[in-house]
Ligand binder design. Structure first.
Ligand SMILES: Cc1cc2nc3c(=O)[nH]c(=O)nc-3n(C[C@H](O)[C@H](O)[C@H](O)COP(=O)(O)OP(=O)(O)OC[C@H]3O[C@@H](n4cnc5c(N)ncnc54)[C@H](O)[C@@H]3O)c2cc1C
Length: 414
């Protein structure tokens, strides 16, 4: 991006003007255009289990892949809250598109917060903006499942000064379509499994050999297949900050918030369908509501609760965003981790309620009130980092958290 100068009066030398973030209304308008395209292709993407290429082309054309990159690095300068709303809007249209967008932004957030001051990464973020590069995420490895804080493959140093990484990436969404992969790895050959780094790998310097297909119930368009990843690069592509820090300060909060946005969007889409169905049915029956109608009330209640939970999680994150210690505080970590568990389960229950509100019309696959695709997509939420694993891991820290002494009405700390 060119630097713009303000020519001030006669006396002063020109001063550079910092580039402005994109206005919220403009982001909303761009999002609406992409959402319309994602919606039009959502059925085909799900049916064929194919990558949502049309929606991805639209995201790139609207420059939404770099929406969170700072304006100084030629991006849109959007906040996590604004990106969360994009995830919600896309989740209402096509869950796979929304999840791909969310995963890309989570990786972008890690690079922005922890590496934008490093020359290689600043250059890379500029290229993300200029070329609208799509970033995939690789954390799942071998049989390790959702144990994100443990890696098997190390970053190896070659005698030529280059780094090399060979990884059994058992689940990597849109790995084949991405322009770069951001992956966890063991720091070096000697490091313990939990001594991890985050590495950016560029498409020109890696190969992906397919190992596992993605024939799943839902989220079919994410194309989350398995690959043997073989890559090389420069040492500068490894972020200097240890992954443990990145994980606590950025990866967990942004993943849990943005995924929540996607799942709430799916729940909203189901509730929307149920509302249309019930209104139409009531009109036809002279105002008489079908027997499933109370389930609609449950769906809307769940949706409102989801909105409240996510809003509170975002507010807590934003309040701490400038303070690394506050971000890693055990209370915040526990709450932002549990947000994922709560939202994922409530979103499933909202979609189930919407389906029951629509009765057979919701159960069918071939009508306007069909909930099938939404239900299949949202069922991925509790297993996308399995809730059981999360709850088991949180057992000890949950014990350390105080039981709330008040509900806030007396002005005491909650
Ligand atoms: C739509 C989708 C997209 C994905 N995209 C990516 C991606 O792009 N990149 C990537 O790296 N990964 C991706 N993943 C994989 C994801 O990160 C997790 O690895 C995966 O969801 C783990 O699922 P799992 O149920 O096999 O969990 P695991 O963690 O392997 O658990 C397996 C089973 O063991 C139980 N379990 C595990 N640990 C414990 C414990 N401590 N206590 C109690 N029970 C336990 C669980 O309940 C579960 O039943 C994706 C997953 C989904 C659903």
């Amino acid at each position: 991006m060119k630097t713009v100068y303000a020519l001030d009066a006669v006396t002063r030398a020109p001063e550079p003007i910092a580039p402005e973030p994109i206005a919220a209304a403009e982001i909303a308008a761009r999002t609406a255009r992409v959402a319309a395209i994602a919606s039009a292709h959502a059925e085909a993407v799900d049916r064929d289990g194919r990558f949502p290429q049309e929606a991805m082309d639209a995201l790139k054309a609207e420059r939404l892949l770099s929406i969170m990159v700072p304006a100084e690095l030629d991006g849109g300068g959007a906040s996590v809250g604004q990106v969360l709303d994009i995830c919600y809007a896309l989740g209402r249209s096509c869950a796979s598109t929304a999840m791909i967008f969310a995963m890309h932004q989570i990786k972008a957030a890690c690079l922005i917060r922890h590496a934008a001051h490093e020359p290689w990464h600043a250059g890379f973020l500029r290229r993300v903006a200029a070329q609208q590069l799509l970033l995939a995420s690789s954390t799942t490895e071998g049989q390790g499942g959702g144990d994100v804080r443990s890696s098997a493959a190390p970053v190896s140093q070659g005698e030529d000064g280059r780094i090399r990484l060979e990884r059994d990436a058992t689940v990597m969404s849109y790995g084949a379509q991405a322009d770069a992969i951001v992956t966890t790895a063991r720091r070096d050959d000697e490091a313990a499994a939990s001594d991890q780094v985050l590495v950016v790998l560029e498409k020109a310097a890696y190969t992906l050999t397919p190992t596992l297909a993605w024939e799943t119930l839902g989220m079919r368009g994410t194309c989350s297949a398995g690959f043997a990843l073989k890559a090389e690069g420069a040492q500068a592509q490894v972020l200097s900050e240890p992954y443990a820090v990145i994980h606590a300060q950025t990866m967990t909060p942004t993943a849990h918030l943005l995924w929540s946005g996607v799942w709430a969007g799916i729940a909203a889409s189901a509730t929307d369908r149920a509302q249309k169905f019930l209104r139409k049915a009531a009109r036809k029956a002279g105002g008489q509501l079908p027997p499933g109608a109370p389930h609609y009330t449950r769906a809307t209640t769940a949706l409102r609760t989801l909105q409240g939970l996510i809003h509170e999680g975002l507010a807590e994150y934003e309040a701490r965003a400038g303070d690394p210690q506050a971000l890693t505080h055990v209370d915040f970590q526990t709450r932002i981790t549990l947000l994922k568990v709560e939202v994922s389960e409530l979103a499933v229950s909202a979609v189930m309620s919407a389906m029951r509100a629509c009765g057979l019309s919701g159960y069918r696959n071939d009508g306007d009130a069909s909930i099938g695709r939404l239900l299949r997509d949202v069922l991925s939420a509790p297993i996308m980092i399995n809730n059981d694993r999360i709850l088991a891991n949180l057992g000890a820290s949950a014990l350390l958290s105080e039981v709330p002494q008040s509900l806030g009405g007396f002005g005491l700390a909650r």
